[in-house]
Design a protein around this ligand. Structure first.
Ligand code: HEM
Length: 389
């Protein structure tokens, strides 16, 4: 019987405010621990997490490898493991590399600049609704080459999907997530049927047409939905977290006027307080991690938030070090399921920070933000700020 500790409760208000002290304590006391609520082994050390993320032969992402099932709408690059995953992953990576990310970044910077102009005289505003959400929807739509959907509607569907990632902790979130996933699948179907604009989707569509298999088309459409929804929600959460970190570290925003620090700083912001707190794998066979016996079929949760503050992997792990190089953090994952959109996210975050620095008014906090009550995704529901002349 595994030893039980639920002292790390990701939904506890104090942990939502600042999870890092509790994770550090857990790493010190019991780095690999059984979490009853998550019904999983949780990993807090960087090295253990990298090992699990790399070794896809032993640690499965695809539930079918351990006797589970995957509903059709969820079959995508995210749920398939190598070698089945290889073709779809490489197709999306190749399509992404062919996109003009400098153009995406420039347009994103202009969008944030325009919004800041509009907000300059409006008094306090919510960074999430007014900047992070529009920026993220626009960046991902621009990349894919589709019409930007109405923010409100899209954000509501995306939030339902984001919340359903906590379905293990709260099963009531699963059904709204399924319905929202269907809504977004319909939207992606309409893009596949009609969108003639250049962009990532046009390229993927072209390549899919060459491979007429119905399964291939299903994987491509589902992956396009993951790119759009997953890309948007993590990007929006990252933008909110990044602005919060900058507002609470005097001088950091201004230092990022320097190009080199802007480039390294956006990665450090994701390491320091990134949006994705962890992920799940399932052991295909019995094994040992950090001296703990794991049985075949048990779930394992590498906690990125803990790994990214592990002093064995990062000097001054609890400090924001804008020029940290190298910075092999796990904020974008690792191994065959590592983020496909890292370069896009970096471009979007650079655009946001450059636009904040371009603007003549200075961004200041206008009260405490409200953290979203989600365990897998660390985000703000609202983050009040104001522009000071
Ligand atoms: C700062 C923003 C972002 C962060 C922190 C982030 C983080 C992550 C992480 C941690 C994973 C791996 C999860 C796992 O191993 O289970 C992942 C996967 C993924 N991300 Fe991102 N992401 C961001 C933005 C984006 C964007 C903008 C896109 C698309 C335009 C995107 C597309 C994807 C896709 C398609 C996957 C699944 C890859 C696979 O399973 O093979 N992400 N992301």
């Amino acid at each position: 019987m595994p030893f039980v500790t639920d002292r790390y409760d990701p939904l506890d208000p104090e942990i939502l405010r600042d999870p890092y002290p509790a994770l550090a304590e857990q790493r010190e006391r019991e780095p690999v621990f059984w979490h009853e609520g998550m019904d999983s082994w949780a990993l807090t050390r960087y090295a253990d997490s990298v090992r699990v993320l790399r070794d896809h032969a032993t640690f499965a992402r695809d539930p079918r490898r351990t006797g589970g099932t995957v509903p059709e709408p969820s079959l995508s690059v995210q749920t398939l493991d190598p070698p089945q995953q290889n073709a779809v992953r490489s197709l999306f990576m190749t399509a992404l590399r062919a996109q003009d990310l400098t153009g995406v970044e420039d347009r994103a910077r202009l969008l944030v600049r325009d919004r800041l102009d509009q907000l300059a005289d409006a008094g306090p505003f919510d960074v999430v609704a007014e900047i992070a959400v529009p920026l993220s929807v626009a960046v991902v739509a621009d990349l894919l080459g589709v019409e930007t959907p109405p923010y409100g509607e899209f954000a509501a569907a995306s939030d339902a999907i984001m919340r359903s990632m906590d379905g293990g902790l709260n099963p009531a979130l699963v059904e709204p997530g399924r319905v929202a996933r269907q809504q977004l699948s319909d939207l992606v179907d309409s893009w596949f049927a009609s969108s003639a604009r250049p962009g990532l989707l046009a390229r993927v569509r072209q390549a899919t047409a060459a491979d007429s298999g119905a399964l291939a088309l299903l994987y491509m459409k589902n992956t396009a939905r993951v790119m759009f929804q997953g890309g948007y929600s993590t990007m929006a959460a990252a933008a909110g977290n990044a602005v919060h970190t900058l507002l609470t570290h005097p001088g950091a925003l201004e230092q990022m006027r320097e190009r080199a620090l802007l480039a390294t700083g956006v990665d450090e912001l994701v390491r320091f307080d990134g949006p994705v707190q962890g992920t799940t794998r399932t052991a295909v066979r019995s094994c040992r991690i950090g001296g703990v016996d794991i049985k075949a079929g048990q779930k394992i949760v590498p906690l990125f938030a803990a790994a990214n503050r592990d002093p064995a992997a990062f000097e001054r792990a609890d400090d924001l070090v804008l020029d940290r190089t190298p910075n092999r953090h796990l904020g974008y994952g690792w191994g065959p399921h590592a983020c496909i959109g890292t370069t896009v996210a970096q471009a979007g975050l650079r655009a946001l920070i450059a636009a904040l620095n371009d603007h003549p008014a200075r961004l200041v906090a206008a009260g405490e933000g409200v953290r979203r009550r989600t365990a897998t995704m660390r985000a703000f529901d609202t983050l009040p700020a104001a522009l000071c002349p």
